[in-house]
Design a protein around this ligand. Structure first.
Ligand code: CO
Length: 374
């Protein structure tokens, strides 16, 4: 990603502000800040803000120890610093004064900004109203450009490769604990990616019936269905893929049928995707298959979530979301059936909306039988 590309994003944010969303956006270390500037940092206790006014150039206000780094890593030219021992709120006051922010401004603050900082902004701008930066950034970030799609495709390929390697363990995985299997998956992911997208999920037997159980000491038994959900970041964008497999032996009665239903629900959800269709229609298409089979109560979550700089972001594929799908949107379709105390089945692919349908970002085998390419 070039400086020019990051600058274009910030200018697009300013355009939205001018269209009436607000007078000023204030970001702090977050995905939005990275999206707008290329500067990547974790939230921390020192005041570090990017002020994006409607007009003119943005101003970075950063702790002095970050000065050279921010100048090197972002396109923003106006970088001001404050030193430990200075009053950071006085530094904020100077920036707000220089930017001539109207007293009754509508200020959009980063959704994840700590209250510690929003309260300082509120004390500096007592007559301002406050909103969330997502009012601008969600809409900018939801359609991925070619560079973003390229990274997402590679993250998808990495998840696919690891999925195949793990599936091919077959019989060998029996007796491993979930945590041992998760560690194997993690090391394979990190061999090709930058960091984990989230804690690897390896839910065996009854643990698979808890959708967000990560992994534990339970040893995988013959015949256990195992939910495997994982992904890694590649060039800033994550993979997220789920398969449910049986490494060896005969699965529980009904499992083959339940797996088939979830797989059919996945296909129905994917088939519903095209530009103009509402996000909730994809949820409905997948859910209908599961409800018709009598397992509606056991599908305890939405059908999917958008994926971008964040692993969970808009558009959410959920009942009530009337957002019309557009080319460039990327999200998961991940129906599941969870039988408490027995096992769970979830199958998840990421896809990108195209002009006439969608392109799947995952293509590893979706069957339950480990080693089986179906
Ligand atoms: Co997911």
């Amino acid at each position: 990603m070039t400086d020019a590309a990051f600058e274009r994003r910030t200018r697009a944010c300013q355009q939205r502000l001018r269209e009436g969303t607000g007078d000023l956006a204030v970001l702090f270390p977050s995905r939005n800040l990275f999206y707008a500037t290329g500067f990547d940092e974790e939230p921390q206790e020192r005041h570090l803000f990017l002020f994006v006014p409607r007009e003119g150039d943005p101003v970075f206000l950063v702790p002095a120890l970050y000065g050279s780094q921010v100048r090197a890593e972002s396109w923003v030219e106006d970088v001001r610093t404050w030193s430990d021992g200075d009053d950071p709120v006085a530094a904020v006051e100077r920036v707000v004064g220089d930017l001539a922010v109207p007293a009754d401004a509508h200020v959009l603050v980063d959704d994840t900004m700590w209250a510690l900082f929003t309260q300082d902004l509120e004390s500096e701008l007592p007559d301002a109203t406050f909103g969330l930066a997502s009012a601008v950034f969600d809409d900018l970030r939801v359609r991925k450009d070619e560079a973003e799609l390229d990274a997402l495709r590679r993250a998808g390929e990495l998840a696919d490769e690891v999925s195949v390697a793990v599936r091919n363990m077959g019989e060998e995985a029996v007796g491993w604990t979930e945590s041992e299997l998760a560690a194997e998956i993690e090391s394979r992911l990190l061999a090709g990616g930058d960091s984990l997208a989230f804690d690897v999920i390896a839910g065996s037997g009854p643990n698979g019936a808890m959708p967000h159980h990560a992994h534990g000491d339970r040893a995988i038994e013959r015949g256990d269905p195992v939910v495997l959900d994982f992904g890694a970041y590649v060039d800033g964008y994550p993979g997220d893929q789920t398969r449910t497999v049986v490494f060896a032996g005969d699965p529980p009665e009904e499992f083959v049928e339940v797996h088939g239903i979830v797989r059919e629900a996945l296909e129905a959800g994917v088939a519903a995707v095209e530009p103009g269709v509402e996000a909730q229609a994809v949820d409905r298409a997948a859910r209908e298959v599961i409800e018709d089979a009598g397992y509606g109560e056991q599908f305890v979550h939405r059908t999917g979530h958008g994926v971008g700089l964040d692993v969970h972001e808009p558009p959410y594929i959920v009942d009530g979301n009337e957002t019309a799908l557009e080319p460039g949107m990327v999200f998961s379709v991940e129906p599941g059936i969870y039988l408490e105390g027995e096992y769970g089945v979830r199958i998840e692919d990421l896809l990108v909306v195209t002009e006439d349908g969608c392109e799947r970002l995952n293509d590893s085998p979706r069957g339950w039988h480990a080693g089986d390419a179906a």
